[in-house]
Ligand binder design. Structure first.
Ligand code: NDP
Length: 302
C-alpha cells in the first residue's frame, strides 16, 4: 500500500478551514503567522513562499519579514521580541538555515514558546517528552498523522527511527513512544544497523543519504516511512536507485528527488510505505498551519 501524503495533507487542510472561521468568529481576527527569512538562500525562499501560499488559502494572516545576510544576531533578536509582543501574531517561524554569523540557538530560544509553531523551543521539547500538550515539530507529527489516518497500528509495535536530529529523529521517537510503540533510535554510530532495522515493524528513515536503506534493512511486511529528501545528480547514482522509467526522467531533467530508502526495494519488501515525492513531504506545511491555528486557539482561549 502506498501511503499518499498529498491526500492526508488535503484532509488536514480541509479540517483547518472551519477552525480558522470559528477562530475569526470568536477572536474577531484570523490566526497570524510571521515567517522570518534572513539572507538569500533560494531553497529557503521557495519553502517560505509555499508556507505563505498555504496560509493564504486557509485564511490565516501571514507576514514574511525579510532581511539580507548583514542582519546581526541582535537585529534578529529585536525582530523576534517585537513579534513576541504582538497580539495579532500567534505563530513565529525562523526559517533555517540562518547565515553562519547569526546565533541560531539564541534566536530559537528567543521565540515565545506559545508562538513556537516549529516546536523547536526547549520548553516545547520538554512538554513533548513529558507527554503534556504543546506545539509539536511539524514533520514527525505529520508522520503520526499518516500512520493514524491509514489505520496503521502503532501501540506495542517495534519502531526503529534512523536519525537523531532535534528536528526529525528525536521528536519522531518521542511521538512514537507516546503512541506506545517500543522505540529504538539509531544513528551513524549504531552497530549493525541492518540487523536493528530488520527488527522494525515500523521503520522511519530520517538520515539525509540517498537510498541508503536497501532491502537488507527492511523486515518483510514492515511499514516504511521515508522522511529523506535528497537530490540525485550523477548517472551512476541514478542507475543504482531508479527503475527504467525514472531513469529516463532523470536523463531528461539532470537530477531527481529521492528519499533515504531505496524506492524499488521499499516497494518490494514493505507492506505499506510513503513514496518520495508525495509521502511525508506534503505533510510538513499542513502541520505548520495546524500548529498556527492551535497556537492561536490556546492564546485566545478558543
Ligand atoms: P540531520 O543531518 O540533522 O540528521 C541526520 C541523522 O542521520 C543524524 O542523526 C545522523 O547520525 C544520522 N545518520 C547519518 N548518516 C548515517 C548513517 N550512515 N547511518 C545511520 N545514521 C546516519 O538531518 P535531518 O534530521 O534534518 O533530516 C533528515 C532527512 O530528512 C534529510 O534528508 C532531510 O532533507 C529530510 N527532511 C525532510 C523533511 C520533510 O518535510 N519531508 C523535513 C526535514 C528533513 P549522527 O547523529 O550520529 O550524526
Amino acid at each position: 500500500m502506498i501511503l499518499n501524503g498529498n491526500q492526508v495533507r488535503d484532509q488536514i487542510k480541509a479540517e483547518c478551514l472551519p477552525r480558522v472561521n470559528q477562530f475569526i468568529a470568536s477572536a474577531g481576527r484570523p490566526p497570524g503567522l510571521a515567517v522570518v527569512l534572513v539572507g538569500d538562500n533560494s531553497a529557503s525562499a521557495v519553502y517560505v513562499r509555499n508556507k505563505t501560499k498555504t496560509a493564504e488559502e486557509l485564511g490565516i494572516h501571514h507576514e514574511t519579514i525579510t532581511r539580507d545576510s548583514s542582519l546581526t544576531t541582535e537585529g534578529l533578536l529585536a525582530i523576534i521580541a517585537d513579534l513576541n509582543a504582538r497580539e495579532d501574531i500567534d505563530g513565529i517561524l525562523i526559517q533555517l538555515p540562518l547565515p553562519p554569523h547569526v546565533d541560531s540557538q539564541k534566536a530559537l530560544l528567543a521565540v515565545a514558546p506559545e508562538k513556537d509553531v516549529d516546536g523547536f523551543h526547549p520548553c516545547n521539547v520538554g512538554l513533548l517528552s513529558t507527554g503534556r500538550p504543546g506545539l509539536r515539530p511539524c514533520t514527525p507529527s505529520g508522520v503520526i498523522e499518516i500512520l493514524k489516518r491509514y489505520d496503521i497500528p502503532i501501540a506495542g509495535r517495534n519502531a526503529v527511527v534512523v536519525g537523531r536530529s532535534d528536528i526529525v529523529g528525536k521528536p519522531m521517537a518521542m511521538l512514537l513512544l507516546q503512541e506506545n510503540a517500543t522505540v529504538t533510535v539509531s544513528h551513524s554510530r549504531t552497530r549493525d544497523l541492518p540487523a536493528i532495522c530488520r527488527n522494525a515493524e515500523i521503520l522511519v528513515a530520517a538520515i539525509g543519504r540517498a537510498a541508503m536503506i536497501t532491502e537488507e534493512y527492511i523486515r518483510p511486511g514492515a511499514v516504511v516511512i521515508d522522511v529523506g529528501m535528497n537530490t540525485v545528480r550523477t548517472r551512476p547514482d541514478a542507475e543504482r536507485i531508479f527503475d527504467a522509467a525514472r531513469l529516463a526522467d532523470f536523463d531528461k531533467r539532470g537530477s531527481l528527488l529521492v528519499g533515504d530508502v531505496h524506492p524499488g526495494d521499499m516497494a518490494k519488501a514493505a507492506s505499506a510505505y510513503t513514496p518520495v515525492p508525495g509521502g511525508v513531504g506534503p505533510l510538513t506545511i499542513a502541520m505548520l498551519m495546524r500548529n498556527t491555528i492551535e497556537a492561536a486557539e490556546r492564546r485566545v482561549g478558543v
